[in-house]
Design a protein around this ligand. Structure first.
Ligand code: NDP
Length: 332
């Protein structure tokens, strides 16, 4: 039997369980020459999937109603008629939210289960690790001794950004949503200062206090009022790396924000959005650096692993309530 998760409705505001539909199919999956049969092992749930649920033009096509959702997946080859993939191999790539599926291998690459936990290939050694490394180094251009502020700091991307900042010799301040996460930033990931935005009344003042030398690099995962507060504290020639804006992904009306232009002008600052795939040619360099730091013990990672195919939609929804620490992954 194969189970599939379809997009049933385009969410209005925060997604709900009723926006997803589960279907079962008892038909046996047969493979032809060049194909192989995959069994899903881990599914990545990511905030950007929310954007694909809207019917709007973006850097990537929207999901279609009544069709399977897909995201980063690690799957095991159960049977193969493709010379490049053998039974027992594990692969990573964009695959449907299905328990089993047939592939020809397009866009998939093998991952080595003996070198790292399989789930790590969806996080620190996958899209989120690449995003952290390339966003910070290519746009943030950090210099030793500078001050880096990271929002969404206890999440998949943010926790890696902060650690890379420390490896590169920066002072690192992380912003997250609970005291437990703030503690984790300091004790597990080596951040210098953590700020809980849910219990801090004046974020502008709290960031000023945490950054007596001002903010040189801001790695923005959340947008909205948190990022507005950072703007008041940026230095001359600051670099603002616009990676994500989770605080506004569920908005149904245009958000109210401060005007960024005066801050950028008076500080000669750079604000640049990016999509990790912009830097595809630098993926090998990034994976090499991340693997090296992991092996040396300079970099660590945290995961929230939810179990069960039926829990994929809820794990995705929970991202918007901050239920994850580090990378949110579903184990099937
Ligand atoms: P996370 O692991 O950081 O999970 C999301 C976290 O966002 C939650 O745990 C929560 O933490 C925080 N959050 C949720 N709602 C809000 C809110 N209203 N205000 C502030 N924080 C909130 O996700 P990722 O690390 O996978 O992604 C982080 C960001 O990076 C996302 O915006 C994502 O879209 C973006 N991204 C961009 C890429 C690119 O190529 N540009 C690639 C990958 C990700 P807390 O408890 O602290 O609130």
């Amino acid at each position: 039997m194969t189970q599939t998760i379809l997009l049933k409705n385009r969410p209005k505001g925060k997604p709900t369980a009723s926006d997803f539909e589960f279907v079962k199919d008892d038909a046996k999956l047969n493979i032809k020459d060049g194909e192989f049969l995959l069994e899903t092992a881990y599914v990545s749930v990511d905030p950007y999937l929310r954007g694909r649920m809207n019917d709007v033009k973006s850097y990537i096509a929207p999901f279609e109603l009544g069709q399977p959702i897909h995201s980063g997946v690690i799957a095991k080859v159960l049977d193969s008629k493709n010379d490049a993939f053998s039974q027992g191999d594990y692969v990573s790539g964009m695959l449907d939210w299905k328990t089993k599926q047939v592939s020809k291998g397009e866009g998939l690459h093998k991952v080595d289960a003996s070198k790292a936990d399989l789930s790590a290939y969806l996080g620190v050694l996958g899209m989120t690790g690449l995003t952290a490394y390339l966003g910070l180094t290519q746009i943030g251009k950090p210099k030793k001794g500078e001050t880096l502020v990271v929002s969404g700091a206890a999440g998949a991307v943010g926790s890696v950004v902060g650690q890379i900042g420390k490896i590169l010799g920066l002072k690192v301040i992380g912003i997250a949503g609970t005291d437990e996460k703030v503690e984790m930033l300091k004790s597990e990931f080596g951040f210098d200062v953590g700020i809980n935005y849910n219990t801090t009344e004046n974020m502008k003042a709290a960031i000023a206090e945490a950054t007596p030398d001002g903010v040189d690099v801001y790695f923005d995962n959340v947008g909205g009022p948190i990022s507005d507060a950072v703007l008041f504290n940026i230095n001359k020639f600051a670099r603002l790396v616009i990676c994500g804006a989770i605080s506004v992904y569920n908005n149904t009306e245009l958000p109210k924000s401060v005007s960024v232009q005066p801050f950028l002008i008076k500080n000669s600052a750079l604000m640049q959005g990016f999509i990790v795939s912009n830097f595809q040619d630098k993926f090998p360099e990034a994976i090499k650096a991340l693997s090296h730091w992991l092996a040396e013990g300079k970099l660590t990672y945290s995961e929230t692993i939810v179990e069960g195919f039926e829990n994929i939609p809820q794990a995705f929804i929970d991202l918007f309530d901050g239920k994850n620490k580090g990378k949110m992954v579903v184990k099937i």
